[in-house]
Write a protein that binds this ligand. Structure first.
Ligand SMILES: [Zn+2]
Ligand SMILES: [Zn+2]
Length: 335
């Protein structure tokens, strides 16, 4: 079994365990083991033969047993049992998605806002994974605690980007923003600024507990803004700790589809937003998707390969996921 497939099995176990408050620590352990495998891509078959699976960082005896079952049988009895318990059985219409076809990530942060790495470090991280592009999408001004970027700082950032671009051959850097969706659905930066950027991700971060009617209005407005390319982590949920916003999902997804706005499957294990079930609804509403790590450090890029099962489970074909497109096709889709 290849490392990515194993990482996805462990990631799904972590995801399912997260729904149960008593299993929070175990959930985190499984997600961390999945992450470590997606990052290091160890030769699992040989570690299995030599009974050395626990040499993998984050893999203790318990996880090694599950991993061993996955490697030997191509599936995990533990995972199958959890799926039954959580009412989320495998489906027969899952799509086949291969990480080798993934071209690049369009949602990432740097130390211009709350990222923990420089733009150059992030770009090199993307380059080492063979990505053809990387969207740098730091936060907008309202998120003051993380030094969100106003127009002036975006200009300064574009100068740094031009310098960094010279140092990372093969990876096209896209300048973007993760702009906050304000309480009334307006955006945290004016159109005149947004239209200059390569990629605009509009995300809800605060006041997620608005009444569903007001929240629906807010999201409908955001999903019809002319310069928005993507709705980021569309519910704002944190599986196991915070329920996401509640609104008329079908109406908002249809509005997004109509305006050519993609919905994000944020692969951060603490988010997993949209969930596979919600992503399936969005797919049926005609939406395109981006599959992103929302990375705040280079190692977090590995969230995408480990969570690819989410899009598969949602039954989304490759053609509807923008990250499987070439940089030219992507920039066309983002225009
Ligand atoms: Zn965000
Ligand atoms: Zn983000």
């Amino acid at each position: 079994m290849d490392a990515i497939a194993a990482a996805q099995g462990l990631s799904e176990i972590g995801y399912l365990l997260r729904q149960n408050e008593n299993e929070r620590f175990r959930a985190k352990a499984f997600s961390a083991a999945a992450w470590s495998i997606a990052l290091q891509r160890p030769d699992l078959d040989s570690l299995q033969r030599s009974e050395n699976l626990t040499q993998i960082e984050g893999v203790g005896a318990g996880i090694a047993r599950v991993l061993s079952d996955l490697i030997q049988n191509g599936e995990s009895r533990y995972l199958n049992r959890l799926r039954e318990q959580m009412g989320q059985p495998a489906r027969d219409d899952e799509t086949d998605l291969d990480f080798d076809d993934y071209q690049g990530d369009v949602h990432s942060h740097t130390n211009w806002s709350d990222g923990r790495a420089t733009m150059l470090e992030m770009a090199k991280g993307a380059q080492s994974l063979g990505y053809r592009y990387l969207g740098i999408t730091d936060h907008s001004p309202r998120i003051t605690v993380v030094h969100g970027l106003n127009a002036e700082r975006l200009v300064a950032q574009s100068h740094e980007m031009a310098e960094v671009q010279k140092q990372v051959e093969g990876v096209t850097l896209l300048q973007g923003i993760e702009v906050d969706i304000l309480e009334d659905g307006a955006l945290d930066l004016p159109d005149a600024v947004l239209e200059l950027l390569d990629v605009v991700i509009a995300s809800p971060h605060v006041k997620l507990r608005q009444e569903p009617a007001a929240m629906t209005e807010r999201m409908l407005r955001a999903a019809s803004q002319p310069h928005v390319d993507v709705i980021g982590h569309p519910t704002g949920r944190r599986p196991g700790s915070r329920e996401g916003a509640s609104y008329d999902f079908e109406a908002v997804f249809k509005e997004a589809a109509q305006h050519g706005i993609a919905l994000e499957i944020d692969c951060d294990p603490a988010r997993m937003d949209l969930s596979p079930e919600m992503a399936r609804l969005a797919f049926e509403c005609g939406c395109n998707f981006v599959l992103d790590a929302d990375a705040h450090a280079p190692a977090e890029f590995a969230y995408v390969p480990m969570a690819l099962w989410m899009a598969r489970r949602a039954g989304i074909p490759k053609e509807r996921i923008l990250n499987f497109r070439s940089v030219d096709e992507l920039t066309m889709a983002l225009e």
